[in-house]
Ligand binder design. Structure first.
Ligand code: FES
Ligand code: FES
Length: 441
């Protein structure tokens, strides 16, 4: 059993764990921290939220091995029954606790917000707790309790996320060697693989953690291309200035994935290789002509994203290959955005999505880039509609022609589906608004 060392509520812990064991299990069953609750077990309720390096994550989706060398906090860090933290006092005062099942996770998500942002808007507060479901209190008292706690945090100096340089790190070559030898799985954020294993009642036996490879992280500009390391997290992409300014749709999409806890953990590479028809990063990457770099000990190949995904949950990546980076074209001077339609705002899988980037000059469509997700087995780039629009004056007739081309392509790629009864009218309306210039992001 591997040995893991980490800080738990500022005290050093050294413990042996099973390889694929979740942090939720380690905390509750081995360390007897029962404040960390198990709800859904698949990253949907937030009851198991803990802080890792002061960022909220779902402990049910975190292999304990991944917190080696890190700082883990549970609600015990905040206060004791005799000496409550102001956040806890305010939750009680405002009647924000009923059964209390969600409360430890809610408190930690609130704490993570307020140590970074002492002047949050109500929208930011709602966003911060959007990955934590409360089944009995209702959210208004919780929001009030968080607002009332702000004065306390004004005097707290947040030192930033701890340096991770000291952690055990692997090189890309070491990972490629292990994959070449076979018998290991690769894991990045782990948010998809742990859920699918759990659903199949399987355990992860042996894996290599790509997030330990420094070369696979980060965002930069190399020779007029944006380069994103495959284990860059969604929150890092969402907040990156280069992405915000020259790939707006990707920044927006990353901000709409799952919940804050998922975005703090899940990676862009995982989202691509999982190859879900509803993958939120894929439509924005398609409009930026993304190229995926697949590396193995044998070779390195650059594959356009449009060719990488061959069907639902299928890619041409070979077992010994790693998606190391994504390269994409920056777009400037475009009206660019991403629209996602789901059952609810947070923690929702997109039912349909559209990424768009449109450049107009004096009412003429100079360039149009549109891709559609969640409607076909694989998200697709609407080249036919783009060609109809490009070089033409914006008017009702040309817009309708382009929309019908997209609808035709969806039907052709998927055949008839019962969901089209509601999806197609929504797509028509959204595309009309986008092409008429009524949608900016
Ligand atoms: Fe529900 Fe972890 S137990 S998110
Ligand atoms: Fe009961 Fe939130 S207080 S689930």
């Amino acid at each position: 059993m591997p040995k893991v060392n980490f800080l738990l509520n500022e005290e050093a812990v050294e413990i042996n764990v099973e390889k694929g064991e979740t942090l939720l299990f380690t905390l509750r069953e081995r360390l007897k921290i029962k404040s960390v609750k198990e709800g859904c077990g698949i990253g949907e309720c937030g009851a198991c939220t803990v802080l890792v390096n002061d960022l909220p994550v779902y402990s049910c989706l975190t292999p304990t091995i991944k917190v080696h060398g890190k700082d883990v906090k549970t609600v015990e860090f905040l206060g004791t029954q005799e000496n409550l933290h102001p956040l806890q006092e305010n939750f009680i005062k405002m009647g924000a606790v009923q059964c209390g099942y969600c409360t430890p996770g809610m408190l930690l998500a609130s704490y993570a917000l307020l140590i970074r942002n002492t002047n949050p808007t109500e929208r930011e507060i709602r966003e911060a707790i959007s990955g934590n479901l409360c089944r009995c209190t209702g959210y208004l008292p919780i929001i009030e309790a968080i607002k009332n706690s702000i004065p306390y945090f004004l005097n707290i100096q947040f030192k930033g996320n701890p340096e991770e340089e000291h952690l055990i790190t692997l090189t890309k070559d070491e990972i490629l060697e292990k994959l070449y030898e076979g018998k290991v799985e690769i894991i990045a954020g782990g948010t998809d693989i742990l859920v699918s294993k759990r659903k199949k009642d399987e355990k992860i036996e042996d894996f290599v953690d790509l997030t330990l490879v420094k070369e696979l992280k980060g965002i930069d500009m190399i020779e007029n291309e944006i380069r994103i390391g495959s284990v860059t997290t969604h929150v890092e992409i969402q907040n990156n200035l280069l992405i915000k300014n020259s790939a707006t749709s990707l920044s927006v999409a990353c901000g709409l994935i799952g919940s804050p806890q998922i975005r703090n953990t899940a990676t862009i590479g995982g989202n691509i290789i999982n190859a879900s028809p509803a993958a939120d990063t894929v439509p924005p990457l398609l409009i930026h002509d993304a190229i995926c770099v697949l590396e193995s000990k044998r070779e390195s190949r650059q594959i356009p994203l449009i060719e990488l995904i061959t069907g639902p949950y299928k890619t041409i990546k070979k077992p010994d290959e790693v998606l190391s980076e994504i390269r994409m074209l920056p777009l400037h001077g475009y009206r660019e955005g991403y629209i996602k339609v789901g059952k609810r705002k947070a923690l929702a899988i997109s039912r349909l999505s559209i990424a768009f980037a449109i450049k107009e000059n004096s009412g003429i469509y100079e360039d149009v880039r549109i891709s559609i997700g969640s409607c076909t087995p694989v998200p697709f780039r609407a080249y036919m509609a783009e060609d109809i629009l490009k070089g033409n004056k914006r008017n009702e007739r040309i817009i309708q022609k382009a929309i019908e081309a997209i609808i035709g392509e969806i039907i052709k790629k998927s055949g008839g589906r019962t969901s089209y009864f509601y999806k197609l009218p929504v797509i028509r309306d959204l595309l009309k608004e986008i092409l008429e210039g009524k949608r900016c992001q």
